[in-house]
Design a protein around this ligand. Structure first.
Ligand code: AHM
Ligand code: MG
Length: 341
C-alpha cells in the first residue's frame, strides 16, 4: 500500500511520550521492557506443544491452585524484565503471596510499580486455547529512593497510568491504554516486533455477545439469572437473543467483546461470595481498558475503578464490556435484589 509504514510499539510509545506531563522517557522504557518479556513468553507459549514445558510445576500459588510450568516461567520472565528496566521499584503478581521489591539503586529510584497476572487462563494452556498476560502500572506513592511498600499497590484503579494485556492467540497482540485511547499491536513474527494494527479502539455500545460461566447459574444472584434470561429472549429491536461466547480465559473473552461488542460477567456465586477474579491485576487493568475504549466496568453496583483495594489478592464481582449492556446488568441487579443466592 502506498504510504504505508510499519509503526512498532517502541516507536509509537516514544511518539506518545508527550502525553505525560514532565515525561522523561522512564515510562517508555518500562513499557518497552514489558514488550521484550512478552516476546520471550510468546516464544515459549508457541513452543509449548513441542517441549516439555507443559504440565504442573509442582508449586501451589497463593490462590491454592497448582501452578503450570509456563506460569512459573512467565512470572519469572516479566519480573526479570521489569527489574532490568530500572524504572520499576516493585511488582505484585498473582503467583506471589507478597509484593516483590527491587532493591538495587536504580530500581529503588524507579517511579513505577507493576501489578500483573503473568499468564491468565492457565487451565487452557494444555488444550491450545488463547491465554494472556494482564498488567497494570501505577506511579508509586512511597518516596523514590526507598523500597516499594504495600500501599503503592493498594491504589484505586482510577490511579492507573497504564494498563494492558498480551493475548497469545492465533496471532499475538499487545493492547494497552494510558487513558488516552486504546491501541493494539500485532506481533509480526518475521521481524519480531509488535506493530500497530488497531488504532484508537472504540468498543460498540451494544453487542451481540454475553460471556458467563452458565454452569454456575443455580448459585448466581437473581439479578444475574434474570439478565441471562433477558439475553436469551427474542427481540429484533435489540438484536436478541444474544450469542453466548465463553472461553474461560478472561483476556480472550474480553478481547473479543472489546472488538465486537458484548458483556463479560463473573458475578459472585454462593460458593464464591466475592466472585473469582482479582481486583488488582485482573479487574482493574481490564476495567481501565474498557472505559478508555468507551465501555464500562462494574461490580454490579459500583464502578470497579473507584474501589480502594484492601488486600493484594482481593476478589470482586466483575461485569465489563459494552456500556449499554453493563448498564442493563446493573438495572437487573437493582430490579431483582439478591436473595442471598
Ligand atoms: P486463572 O487466573 O487461575 O487463570 O483464573 C482466571 C480465569 C479467567 O481467565 C477466566 O475468566 C476465569 O478464570 C474462568 O473461570 P471459570 O472456569 O470458573 O469459568
Ligand atoms: Mg488469572
Amino acid at each position: 500500500m502506498e504510504g504505508y509504514t510499519i509503526k512498532t510499539l517502541t516507536q509509537f510509545i516514544i511518539e506518545r511520550q508527550a502525553e505525560f506531563p514532565y515525561a522523561t522517557g522512564e515510562f517508555t522504557r518500562l513499557l518497552y521492557h514489558m514488550g521484550i518479556a512478552a516476546k520471550v513468553v510468546n516464544k515459549k507459549v508457541n513452543k509449548a506443544g513441542l517441549v516439555d514445558i507443559l504440565g504442573l510445576a509442582g508449586d501451589v500459588n497463593v490462590q491454592g491452585e497448582e501452578q503450570k510450568k509456563l506460569d512459573v516461567f512467565a512470572n519469572w520472565r516479566f519480573i526479570q524484565s521489569l527489574k532490568s528496566s530500572g524504572e520499576c521499584c516493585g511488582v505484585a503478581s498473582e503467583e506471589n503471596q507478597e509484593i516483590i521489591t527491587f532493591d538495587d539503586d536504580l530500581s529503588l529510584d524507579g517511579n513505577y510499580i507493576v501489578s500483573m497476572d503473568p499468564l491468565d487462563g492457565s487451565s487452557n494452556i494444555d488444550v491450545n486455547v488463547s491465554i494472556g498476560t494482564i498488567f497494570s502500572i501505577y506511579r508509586r506513592i512511597s518516596p523514590r529512593g526507598t523500597k516499594a511498600v504495600l500501599e503503592d499497590f493498594l491504589q484505586p484503579g482510577s490511579k492507573q497510568v497504564c494498563a494492558g494485556y498480551i493475548i497469545y492467540g492465533s496471532s499475538t497482540m499487545l493492547v494497552y491504554t494510558t487513558g488516552h485511547g486504546v491501541y493494539g499491536f500485532t506481533l509480526d513474527p518475521s521481524i519480531g516486533e509488535f506493530c500497530l494494527s488497531h488504532y484508537d479502539i472504540k468498543t460498540p455500545e451494544d453487542g451481540p455477545f454475553y460471556s458467563i460461566n452458565e454452569g454456575n447459574y443455580a448459585k448466581m444472584p437473581r439479578g444475574i439469572q434474570q439478565y441471562i434470561k433477558y439475553c436469551q429472549v427474542e427481540d429484533k429491536s435489540t438484536g436478541r437473543p444474544y450469542s453466548a461466547r465463553y472461553i474461560g480465559s478472561l483476556v480472550s473473552d474480553f478481547h473479543r467483546n472489546l472488538l465486537k461488542g458484548g458483556v463479560f460477567l463473573y458475578p459472585e456465586t454462593a460458593a464464591a461470595p466475592n466472585g473469582k477474579l482479582r481486583l488488582i491485576y485482573e479487574c482493574n487493568p481490564i476495567a481501565f481498558l474498557a472505559e478508555s475504549a468507551g465501555g464500562k466496568a462494574s461490580t454490579g453496583s459500583e464502578r470497579i475503578l473507584d474501589i480502594k483495594p484492601t488486600s493484594l489478592h482481593q476478589r470482586v464481582p466483575f461485569i465489563v464490556g459494552s456500556k449499554n449492556m453493563v448498564e442493563r446488568v446493573e438495572e437487573k441487579l437493582t430490579e431483582y435484589p439478591s436473595n442471598g443466592h
